[in-house]
Write a protein of this length. Structure first.
Length: 535
């Protein structure tokens, strides 16, 4: 495909003819070669809507080595991972099957009481005190211990409650795209991410336990429910995975070299507040992996990340620098509580079109001033995206969110037509038309539907609404057919993962402290160096 002209300024009127030209330069093989995969986080919850404090169920295998089922921050936070798919329906089918096995395991094994369910909202269920939220555990190997120590560090740095927020990550690639073009895509994605927050944000309310003892801008809906009347995605707003330390990281997305240098700086620069916590406490227990601004690459939170599959024994930043960007990871999608697996085929197709739009349109270099404006736009949209007349910043001026969203939708329309022409049918055009319709009828947006359902049927209670949706989802997925061979295959994955974890533990000979020091060594971040990998 032809390389987008990065030097053009976004201050100019949108050039539809340029988009059409670039669209025409894509081959049918590229359109049909799109690949996507999903990572979906969900808390395990008790019937009363409180957090399940039980260990990760043994029937789900080893969280360290299972290829499809693991945990994220907490033992209570399940992460379900599909493979890479050329077909949207095939990706959703696998995600559904992983859910089915997980629900059947929770029901059949019991895990200390077979009544747990997966919480279907991005914002967490009722939470206990911060220190009692269990950290993910991955066994006695060095890599397993490092994963737990990393999570201990996250707890010190951001608080454990913040880490219980869950979402969907959408991994996407297109054949023939260079690292330069992926970074062009990323810059445009960050500029226009407010559209996705508006269309698909589904977290306008939260249980009051999440914000207990914290400063916030939320309003009281009831005694135990806080909300923003026009909010779209509180998960992606000021309540989300943010801190003064994260805000101080100045990451450039203009080139791979600049991105790598700014991320390396954050991974190697000491931070006073974390130095005061220390690596270990007086008793010898580990508090964190390092005292630098970031412990590892995954600690840097963003709406989208450049990614590369890593080799065994390799740091993610090293992989990017040595072999370039392989795909992007979209990180701002809320769980849709009205959908059994949290995302629909239409949403996935809209994401495909949106990412193609980001790739094919002019993407000038970002600046510190623009990056600051983008953060303000994100916070405004998260907190007030459905507010009539809400203004966002664009090129030093103001424009209504609604007008800008509709502009982007219209620009996406010819892309959808082109994908449909390559793949057959009208499903991509239908997804864009559905998005346009939702924007024109804000009451149909997921965030509006959540608030309406809470108020109408659940006494304006966030926990009552999500608990009911979680039970409904559990019943729906357990009622679906699940072939014996699928059950056998997933049980084999469970056993294989447990055996693999044991092999890793038996093979360890290096003292953990040496392992930790080697892993966080700055020398491991450059080209040509490797270290044990984990996340």
């Amino acid at each position: 495909m032809s390389s987008p002209a990065l030097e053009k300024s976004c201050h100019k009127e949108f050039d539809m003819s340029s988009l059409q030209q670039r669209l025409g330069a894509l081959s049918k093989e590229q359109f049909t070669g799109m690949r996507r995969g999903i990572e979906k986080e969900s808390l395990r919850a008790k019937p009363d809507g409180g957090l399940a404090l039980t260990p990760h169920p043994a029937a789900l295998g080893s969280a360290l080595t299972h290829p499809r089922i693991t945990t994220d921050f907490s033992e209570s936070q399940v992460e379900l991972i599909t493979g890479v798919h050329a077909d949207v329906e095939a990706c959703l089918e696998e995600l559904t099957q992983i859910h089915q096995f997980t629900y059947r395991s929770l029901r059949d094994v019991g895990n200390g009481g077979g009544d747990e369910m997966l919480w279907v909202s991005s914002m967490p269920c009722g939470l206990p005190t911060d220190e009692t939220i269990p950290l993910g555990r991955y066994g006695s190997s060095n890599v397993g211990r490092a994963k737990s120590v990393y999570r201990m560090g996250l707890g010190y740095r951001y608080g454990r409650r913040m880490q219980t927020i869950s979402g969907i990550h959408y991994n996407w690639s297109l054949p023939g795209v260079t690292s330069e073009q992926y970074f062009s895509l990323i810059r445009n994605f960050r500029r226009h991410a407010f559209l996705l927050l508006t269309l698909f944000g589904a977290s306008p309310a939260v249980c009051s336990t999440f914000v207990a003892g914290r400063q916030h801008e939320l309003q009281n809906l009831t005694e135990h429910t806080m909300y923003m009347p026009h909010g779209t995605s509180l998960r992606m707003g000021r309540l989300g995975y943010q801190s003064d330390a994260q805000a101080s990281i100045a990451v450039s997305y203009n080139t791979l070299e600049g991105y790598g240098a700014s991320l390396q700086d954050a991974l190697t620069r000491p931070y006073a507040a974390y130095e005061s916590v220390g690596i270990q406490n007086p008793g010898g227990d580990y508090n964190q992996l390092s005292t630098t601004l970031l412990q590892i690459e995954n600690e840097f939170y963003g709406t989208i990340r450049p990614k590369r599959v890593i080799y065994q024994g390799e740091r993610p930043l090293h992989a990017l620098r040595e072999r370039g960007v392989e795909y992007v990871e979209v990180r701002l999608m809320d769980l849709d509580p009205f959908v059994p697996v949290g995302i629909t085929a239409a949403t996935m197709r809209f994401l495909d079109v949106f990412l193609l739009h980001c790739l094919l349109t002019d993407s000038p270099p970002d600046t510190p001033e623009e990056i600051a404006a983008l953060a303000r736009n994100q916070h405004r949209t998260a907190a007030s995206g459905r507010q009539p007349g809400l203004m966002l910043e664009r090129n030093g001026a103001e424009v209504t969110l609604a007008d800008w969203c509709l502009e982007l939708i219209e620009q996406c329309a010819p892309i959808a037509v082109a994908v449909d022409a390559a793949q057959g049918g009208t499903r991509y055009a239908d997804a864009v038309a559905a998005a346009r319709s939702s924007l024109q009828q804000p009451d149909t947006l997921p965030s509006a539907r959540v608030l309406a359902a809470m108020k109408q049927d659940y006494e304006s209670s966030f926990v009552k609404f999500v608990r009911a949706q979680s039970v409904k989802t559990q019943q729906t997925l357990l009622a679906l057919p699940f072939a014996d061979e699928l059950q056998t295959r997933f049980e084999a994955m469970t056993q294989d993962s447990i055996a693999e974890q044991k092999q890793i533990e038996l093979a360890d000979t290096m003292p953990f402290e040496i392992y930790r020091r080697e892993y966080v060594s700055p020398a491991r971040l450059g080209i040509g160096n490797k270290a044990p990998s984990f996340a």
